[in-house]
Design a protein around this ligand. Structure first.
Ligand SMILES: *[C@@H]1O[C@H](CO)[C@@H](O)[C@H](O)[C@H]1NC(C)=O
Ligand SMILES: *[C@@H]1O[C@H](CO)[C@@H](O)[C@H](O)[C@H]1NC(C)=O
Ligand SMILES: *[C@@H]1O[C@H](CO)[C@@H](O)[C@H](O)[C@H]1NC(C)=O
Length: 472
């Protein structure tokens, strides 16, 4: 799911703005030089700033800026017509050595030491795949209008590039071009509204105008975060569309794989055009004329809007849980059949259909857990015996999934203190306090459809683990 070709964009030391692994070769230099030529040095530098700020959301601006400086200089030097053919490779290797050095001025990433013990291409791939875990992500508060103007007056010409950094670390998985666009828009607002002091009405007016594009960025950021971070996003998505459209397994799978392959291709591409095209073509699939009659009036209303507005509109619709066939029978070796319509995909789809209150990150994580258990059996010598042995484990996870779903629907109904009391009453015995705390955390952070995937993945895994450790 995390395509190495896409990760390469984030290569710590050797960033290929776009790299291909199709033939096992990396066309870094050619790609970089092409980007440089298209954008010009200033835009190129901003683009590189976005990529590194997205990669290092926890690091200081100065550290990020340092690696951006060196990478930009390298490109400038080695993309000249008379540069020697090994100029880029040599320089890139030097930078990679520098980053592994003890007094490296570059941002330090957790896990970097281990990568630095590797050599050559392996080292680069290792550095490329480093990601912050849920525990390590910064919590970022939006500055107030006054704070914005104070910063702007203080930092002067540095303000814009610092804003690029701030915006990029808040939107770590969207195409860099959107960050640059948002920065431009923000700069216009600040220039208009901060003179001589913060003008509240001016900010209000500007923000009102931007509401639409901000909503789109939030949507995009959410789906791209899911795509990049969730291991089994496609399973969750299929159930999601199954519920939303009342679609069959085959229809829902077609729709979800269309959406997902677009995200996979485009979320980490620097230019916005790729994702815009994909989303526009996805609109046609989602609002397929020949299927519209089977959907709800609300859904059809959304489909009458322009393509991107449709997606935002649909994103806000409530899903309906659906009954699904009894799943006891499919617990046979059919689960392991590769060719549809059998196989684990269908099994997970039907489990997912029953749960419409939990968010996709939670649903997906639980489905992934089930998938892993089944997959382990599929490679066993006696598949049926293995599945029978695992049946109670699978039952436990599906029961737990229902509990999460109920918990979220309670969470939406009750006020917070009543909700907490209800959870505390439910959890008894050994470890009750810790489990109650995790359940409350799961609900407050992860019931919303737009929850943070890394965090919710972790909380869901914790809940599954406690459930295994303590029983229900
Ligand atoms: C850039 O931002 C403006 C809003 O300021 C928006 O209208 C436009 O569609 C954006 N372009 C892209 C490619 O996101
Ligand atoms: C719409 O649905 C029909 C029937 O299933 C299918 O043949 C067609 O390819 C779909 N169109 C799009 C744009 O997905
Ligand atoms: C699993 O759940 C099914 C349906 O609820 C039930 O028939 C079956 O006995 C359960 N199996 C185990 C081992 O708990």
């Amino acid at each position: 799911m995390r395509n190495p070709a896409l990760i390469l964009i984030f290569v710590l030391i050797i960033p290929a703005l776009v790299a291909e692994t199709a033939t096992g070769k990396y066309y870094e230099k050619e790609k970089i030089c092409k980007e440089l030529k298209v954008f010009g040095i200033e835009k190129f530098r901003e683009m590189v700033t976005v990529l590194y700020s997205q990669k290092f959301p926890n690091n200081k601006f100065e550290e990020v800026n340092c690696v951006v400086d060196d990478m930009t200089k390298l490109a400038e030097k080695c993309c000249k017509d008379d540069a020697s053919p090994d100029c880029y490779d040599k320089g890139a290797t030097e930078i990679s050595e520098k980053s592994c050095g003890k007094n490296s001025p570059y941002p330090k990433h957790p896990g970097i030491e281990q990568c630095c013990t590797l050599q050559g291409q392996e080292k680069k791939l290792c550095l490329a795949s480093l990601r912050y875990t849920a525990d390590e992500l910064p919590s970022l508060l939006e500055p107030t209008n006054e704070e914005i103007c104070t910063q702007y007056n203080k930092e002067g010409s540095d303000y814009a590039i610092r804003y690029v950094y701030e915006f990029a670390r808040r939107h770590r998985n969207i195409p860099a071009g959107f960050v640059l666009n948002a920065t431009q828009t923000h700069m216009r607002m600040v220039e208009r509204c901060c003179h001589p002091a913060a003008k509240i009405s001016c900010f209000f007016q500007e923000r009102l105008q931007l509401a639409g594009s901000n909503m789109f960025l939030r949507f995009l950021s959410n789906v791209c975060n899911n795509q990049v971070n969730l291991k089994s996003y496609k399973y969750g998505l299929s159930s999601y569309y199954g519920n939303l459209l009342g679609a069959t397994f085959e229809e829902a799978s077609t729709i979800s794989s269309h959406f997902q392959s677009g995200l996979e291709k485009c979320c980490l591409q620097p230019q916005p055009e790729c994702i815009m095209e994909e989303l526009t073509s996805f609109h046609k699939v989602l609002c397929n004329e020949s299927k519209l009659d089977d959907t709800t009036e609300e859904f059809r209303k959304c489909c009458r809007k322009p393509a991107l507005d449709t997606l935002l509109c649909v994103d806000n619709l409530k899903r309906q849980a659906r009954q699904s066939p009894d799943l006891t029978n499919p617990l046979s070796s059919q689960l392991c059949a590769e060719d549809k319509p059998h196989g684990v995909d269908r099994y997970l789809f039907f489990i997912g259909l029953r749960h419409a209150s939990i968010s996709l990150p939670v649903l997906t994580t639980a489905l992934d857990h089930i998938q892993t258990t089944v997959a382990a059996c599929c490679s066993a010598a006696d598949i049926t015996a293995c599945l029978m042995e695992k049946e109670s484990k699978l039952n436990k996870t599906t029961t737990l999934l229902s509990k999460m779903d109920d918990t979220c629907s309670q969470y939406f109904k009750l006020d917070l203190s009543a909700f907490k009391t209800m959870i505390q009453k439910k959890e008894q015995g050994e470890g009750a306090e810790m489990r109650a705390k995790t359940w409350v955390e799961l609900a407050t952070s992860c019931c919303s459809q737009h929850s943070i995937p890394q965090l919710c993945q972790k909380l869901t895994q914790d809940i599954i683990k406690y459930d295994n450790d303590y029983g229900i």
